[in-house]
Write a protein that binds this ligand. Structure first.
Ligand SMILES: [Zn+2]
Length: 126
């Protein structure tokens, strides 16, 4: 592990966009972790605790709001293109059948030729 990646922080001590300096910390001969400090003012941060990473905090904020929305939209889309909501989907006591592909399908299958069944045929014996 020899990553010389520049880690940008917004230093809480000096308030500047600076780089995080990472130096190995030794207890005797054993590496005991890293010393993280601000390249601007030298303020030392606890490892893993509250280092004000610049990118990470920006990404995390974006992720959280984005993720929940994406998930719900995706679920809805997925439901809409399920075979059981398709006009070509035929159910009888023995099989579930796709009228386009002339083959057996499952209610939870999805398909590129999906076409929404009109509301009037909503009553479905399942
Ligand atoms: Zn600083």
């Amino acid at each position: 592990m020899s990553e010389k990646k520049k880690v940008e922080i917004i230093c809480r001590a000096c308030g500047q966009e600076t780089l995080l300096i990472r130096k190995p910390k030794y207890e005797g001969l054993r590496k005991a972790g890293d010393i993280l400090s601000c390249s601007g003012c030298g303020h030392v941060y606890e490892e893993g605790g509250g280092v004000p990473y610049r990118e990470a905090s920006a990404i995390r904020v974006f992720d959280d709001s984005d993720r929940s929305e994406t998930v719900s939209v995706f679920k809805e889309d997925e439901n809409r293109s399920l075979c059981r909501y398709c006009r070509h989907y035929v159910v009888n006591p023995f099989t579930q059948w796709c009228g386009i592909h002339k083959k057996e399908v499952a209610a939870t299958d999805t398909c590129a030729q999906f076409s929404v069944r009109p509301e009037s045929t909503e009553e479905d014996p399942l």
